[in-house]
Design a protein around this ligand. Structure first.
Ligand SMILES: NC(=O)c1ccc[n+]([C@@H]2O[C@H](COP(=O)([O-])OP(=O)(O)OC[C@H]3O[C@@H](n4cnc5c(N)ncnc54)[C@H](O)[C@@H]3O)[C@@H](O)[C@H]2O)c1
Length: 433
């Protein structure tokens, strides 16, 4: 049984994973470039208040079998997990995966890796990328000045595996502990068995052994691609429903009572750093992905489409409710609310915003004037862009009555259309009547 684990990247996903391993008695070192985060983790501070259970585990294990550090020596570790961001970047009009952080970590690992160690990528990887990370580690080993970490004769000085993180912000610990089985793909049978045994310790739903590292990479990427394409389909059908006077949400719910139909929710856009990015992990390696490309284009067009439902004029005072990419999660990457804010400004609107997870200073920094939810006096429109719990219990009648022009656009299906209309306002929702 391997017991000494290092995790590169103790962010939103890496820290809950480190806690889950520590809980089961593993000796865990969390390695991160963020010195402030390292200090706070070692002091058992509540660094991820949005993740239930993490702080309790941190208090129980920090300074004992869970330590954070900026030092990158992994020579005493038996398993090294990489869980740093994998993003995309634009290069001469082409959108490509950006694996810079993972490659940086690979070079560091190669400097001190001990023969027999297993290296696992947990961050989402384009199919084939983990093998390249393995090659980068091998190169770093061969050029390491110390050369204490391998022998020339070692054909494979380390085991390589991909075990994708299958979690969502807000439920990380629950998901890691066994909401879904862990997917494991490894470079050889022995590594596959060892890694499977490790994850079986923390995951109550056990593991799915895949035939290759690449197949494991595909599982995670395809989960995201499926959702992006499905949401695009939902958005396209929602627009069609609007054009023929049918309520899409009711219609999808009825269609989904048939077990082969799984239509997702139409909305004002797809945000976060997973679903809108993973299609590019496939597209970048293939010339034949018209469905994925069309889905991306459809979903990327939803923020502008949502604003068109309001049709604001230059100088209109418009409030955006919800700037995070989804309700209850303080994450702004590719947030539809932020994009809508930007487009409104380009179109000459005066923009206001409220988000229960943001301070007034943060809202100012994001480019809008902060307002309270009941401060709707003089507004010409409200666009709701995130399904925060606070938005589900609002007194819409009172809010609408105070507006100069009482127009409400519901991008995420949290506004009661009847209440808005009864108070004399207009209501438009994505796919709603
Ligand atoms: N957040 C999610 O909901 C989610 C869900 C599933 C999968 N993932 C995947 O997990 C991975 C990590 O996501 P996250 O949400 O934890 O990101 P995050 O930004 O919260 O955390 C990443 C951490 O890595 C650290 N880091 C960056 N470069 C480093 C380096 N060279 N060495 C050491 N540490 C470094 C950062 O300081 C940060 O603390 C990504 O690939 C993401 O796609 C995320």
């Amino acid at each position: 049984m391997m017991e000494k684990i290092a995790i590169f990247g103790i962010g939103k996903m890496g820290l809950p994973l480190a806690c889950a391993f520590a809980e089961k008695g593993f000796d865990v070192t969390g390695i991160d470039v963020n010195t402030e985060l390292v200090k706070r983790v070692n002091a058992a501070q509540d660094v991820l208040p949005q993740e239930p259970g993490v702080h309790a585990l941190l208090k129980a294990h920090a300074g004992k079998n869970l330590r954070a550090t900026t030092a990158t020596d992994v020579s005493d570790r038996e398993v090294v997990i990489i869980l740093v961001p994998t993003l995309i970047h634009e290069n001469a009009g082409l959108v490509e995966p950006d694996l810079t952080a993972v490659l940086d970590v690979a070079k560091l690992i190669g400097k001190t890796l001990t023969p027999g160690t297993i290296v696992i990528t947990e961050c989402t990887m384009p199919p084939g990328a983990t093998e390249k990370i393995g090659q980068a580690i091998e190169k770093a080993i061969s050029t390491s000045p110390k050369k204490t970490n391998t022998k020339k004769s070692d054909a494979k000085p380390f085991g390589l595996a991909h075990c994708p993180e299958r979690t969502s912000s807000g439920t990380a610990l629950r998901d890691i502990r066994g909401q879904y089985p862990k997917i494991i793909g490894a470079s050889d049978a022995k590594t596959l068995e060892t890694v499977s045994r490790i994850y079986e310790k923390i995951n109550a739903k056990s593991v799915v052994r895949m035939p290759s590292v690449k197949a494991a990479e595909c599982v995670k990427v395809f989960e995201g691609v499926y959702r992006d394409v499905n949401i695009a389909l939902a958005n396209e059908l929602a627009k069609y429903c609007e054009s023929i006077g049918v309520d899409a949400v009711e219609t999808f719910a009825a269609a989904n009572t048939q077990p082969y139909c799984h239509l997702h929710s139409p909305s004002c856009g797809v945000g976060g750093h997973c679903i809108p990015y993973y299609p590019y992990f496939v597209m970048a390696g293939s010339t034949s992905t018209p469905v994925l490309r069309a889905a991306r284009a459809t979903n990327d067009a939803m923020p502008a489409y949502t604003i068109d439902r309001l049709a604001p004029k230059k100088g209109d005072r418009v409030a955006v409710f919800g700037l995070t990419f989804r309700g209850g999660v303080k994450e702004f990457r590719k947030s539809p609310g932020l994009e809508i804010l930007g487009i409104l400004k380009e179109r000459g609107a005066e923009v206001f915003a409220h988000d229960p997870l943001c301070s007034n200073d943060e809202i100012r920094a994001l480019g809008a004037t902060p307002i309270r939810l009941d401060q709707t006096d003089g507004l010409d429109g409200i666009i709701v862009c995130a399904n925060h719990a606070a938005f589900k219990t609002l007194d819409w009648a009172a809010m609408v009555k105070k507006m100069r022009h009482p127009n409400v656009v519901d991008g995420v299906h949290v506004v009661p259309a009847d209440a808005v209309r009864k108070a004399g306002g207009t209501y438009a929702g994505i796919g709603r009547l």
